[in-house]
Design a binder for this molecule. Structure first.
Ligand SMILES: [Fe+2]
Ligand SMILES: [Fe+2]
Length: 196
C-alpha cells in the first residue's frame, strides 16, 4: 500500500469517527431537549418564579447552582422512571424534584441559627415550608421534598415511588457535581426574596 492510499484510509476512518461522534452528540442534545420540554410543561410557574430564579445565586455543589442542580435532578428522575418503566405521576415527580432544595439561602455560609454542618438534616424541612407557602403541594410532592435526604434523615423514609426516584437521582447528581463530572457555570447575580 502506498503512502497516499494509507493517508486516504486514515482520512476515511477519521471522517467516519467524526460522523458517529456528531450523531452521538445530536442524540444527546435531542434527549436533553425532550427532558427540558417535559420539565417546562410540568412546572412553568415554578421555573418562572422569582424565588426559583434566585436559586441561580447560590452554589449547591462544585460550580453547580442550586437552580441547575434541581433541574438536573428533575431530568435524571424522568430518565430513571422511563428507563426502568416505572409507572409514576410524572408531573408531581418533576415538581417535587424542582422544589426539593427550595431552602433559599447559601448553605455554605452558616450562622448560629443555621449551622452549616447541620444543613443536610434541616434543609428538607425548610424547603418544604418555603414551597408550601408558594404552591399548593400534593402529598406526593411533600413526600419528595421532605424525604429526599434519606437515609441521612433516618426516620423520614420515602413513602412513594416518585420520592424514591428523586432521592436516588439527587444522590447521583450530587456525587457527579461534587467530583465536577457535571459542570456548572457558577453562580449568577440575581435579586432575591427572603426565604426562611
Ligand atoms: Fe437536598
Ligand atoms: Fe439536592
Amino acid at each position: 500500500m502506498t503512502e497516499r492510499e494509507r493517508s486516504q484510509m486514515r482520512q476515511r476512518r477519521d471522517s467516519l469517527r467524526t460522523r458517529r461522534q456528531v450523531e452521538r452528540w445530536k442524540r444527546k442534545f435531542e434527549r436533553h431537549r425532550e427532558l427540558h420540554r417535559q420539565i417546562c410543561e410540568a412546572a412553568p410557574d415554578i421555573l418562572g418564579s422569582r424565588n426559583f430564579i434566585s436559586t441561580k445565586g447560590h452554589i449547591q455543589h462544585g460550580d453547580m447552582t442550586v437552580n441547575q442542580h434541581c433541574v438536573n435532578v428533575a431530568k435524571l428522575s424522568i430518565a430513571i422512571s422511563e428507563k426502568l418503566h416505572v409507572r409514576c405521576q410524572k408531573r408531581e415527580m418533576i415538581r417535587g424534584a424542582l422544589l426539593h432544595d427550595y431552602f433559599l439561602y447559601d448553605w455554605h455560609v452558616g450562622d448560629a441559627k443555621k449551622p452549616q454542618n447541620l444543613h443536610g438534616f434541616y434543609h428538607p424541612g425548610i424547603a418544604l415550608k418555603n414551597a408550601s407557602k408558594e404552591y399548593d403541594l400534593t402529598p406526593r410532592e411533600k413526600d419528595i421534598i421532605e424525604k429526599h435526604m434519606w437515609p441521612l434523615t433516618l426516620t423520614k423514609i420515602p413513602r412513594c415511588r416518585e420520592a424514591w426516584i428523586v432521592t436516588t437521582a439527587d444522590k447521583w447528581c450530587s456525587l457527579l457535581e461534587t467530583v465536577h463530572y457535571f459542570h456548572g457555570h457558577g453562580k449568577v447575580d440575581v435579586d432575591q426574596d427572603d426565604g426562611e
